[in-house]
Design a protein around this ligand. Structure first.
Ligand SMILES: NC(=O)c1ccc[n+]([C@@H]2O[C@H](COP(=O)([O-])OP(=O)(O)OC[C@H]3O[C@@H](n4cnc5c(N)ncnc54)[C@H](OP(=O)(O)O)[C@@H]3O)[C@@H](O)[C@H]2O)c1
Length: 275
């Protein structure tokens, strides 16, 4: 039997166990994936403890992606971002499959040469920015806390075209962007603020990707559809980052449609209407 898990704090509503257990069942892999809430001061013990217990791999979520990067060797995108969301405990190597998840979410969009506005300079914003610059976009990154946004741009512009724009002047970008990515929690269930940008910014034919996946149909996605934009749901990134982690651990490409169905069911009562 293979053992897997996701560690975070808090971790209550993770849909990763549903997604991975469904994929293992479909692939006939004898394994189990569980969610573990780990107190920050126990992080190191949790990672090395899982290794000692014979776990094959762990996913890592808020707030541990950067701390865990100090405990393992870093591969590819994890090395570029100094952030890890997937550990192969057999080799103690850390990966960042969030970047892959964003790229896969844009698989039917021609990103090359486009201008993308990414809102948020946390883990999701940095992963989205790296994915889009690797796909050939120029990324304008904005962030509520300017210093954090500028710091992210300084790191990311080594890998492609990336500039900072102040969050309170985002309205000035109307008509100048092709792609918009929300990488803040705005729009999440229970969040009072509904939209991360003034709605006027949404223009027909723009591509709008909301990394928020609970609810799947966020206020931004609804506004974007009304404005005639193409929309990409956050659940796509979630599924594809999970699929890549699954492949790293098992050498098997999982059935992505099975993972999608499991994730959507786990997000309860939620459904994804056709774009
Ligand atoms: N689909 C997926 O697979 C996936 C994966 C990871 C994350 N996500 C989504 O992405 C969101 C961000 O995750 P993260 O890991 O990047 O979190 P994080 O590292 O904590 O970063 C949060 C970001 O959101 C900004 N922010 C928070 N509250 C805000 C507000 N009220 N107004 C404007 N900006 C605000 C923060 O700005 P400051 O720097 O000013 O605090 C920061 O840039 C999550 O809520 C989640 O919904 C989705």
């Amino acid at each position: 039997m293979m053992y897997f898990g996701v560690i975070g704090y808090p971790i209550k509503h993770s849909v990763s166990p549903a997604m991975h257990n469904a994929a293992m069942k479909k692939a006939r892999i004898d394994g189990i994936y569980l969610a573990f809430e780990v107190k920050p001061e126990m992080l190191r013990d949790a990672v090395f403890g899982a290794k000692a217990l014979g776990f094959t791999g762990l996913n890592v979520t808020i707030p541990f992606k950067e701390e865990v990067a100090k405990l393992v060797k870093l591969e590819g995108h994890a090395a570029k971002l100094k952030a890890v969301n997937t550990i192969d405990l057999r080799k103690m190597v850390g990966y960042n499959t969030d970047v892959y998840g964003v790229k896969a979410s844009f698989s039917d969009v021609d990103v090359d040469g486009k201008v993308a506005l990414v809102i948020g300079a946390g883990g999701a914003g940095k992963a989205a920015t790296l994915a889009l610059i690797e796909l050939g976009a120029t990324v304008v990154l904005t962030n509520r806390t300017e210093s954090r946004g500028v710091e992210a741009v300084e790191m990311l512009r080594r890998y492609g075209n990336c500039i900072f724009h102040p969050y309170d002047r985002v309205g000035e970008l109307k008509g100048k962007i092709d792609i918009l990515v929300n990488a803040t929690p705005i729009g999440m269930k229970g969040f009072t603020q509904k939209l991360p940008v003034p709605p006027e910014i949404l223009q027909p034919d723009m591509v709008v990707f909301d990394t928020v996946y609970n609810p799947p149909e966020t206020p931004l996605i609804r506004e974007a559809k009304k404005a005639g934009c193409k929309v990409i749901y956050g659940v796509e990134m979630l599924i594809h980052q999970g699929a890549k982690a699954f492949e790293i651990w098992t050498d098997v490409k999982p059935d992505v449609s099975v993972m999608r169905e499991a994730a959507i069911n786990a997000l309860k009562n939620s459904f994804i209407p056709k774009a």
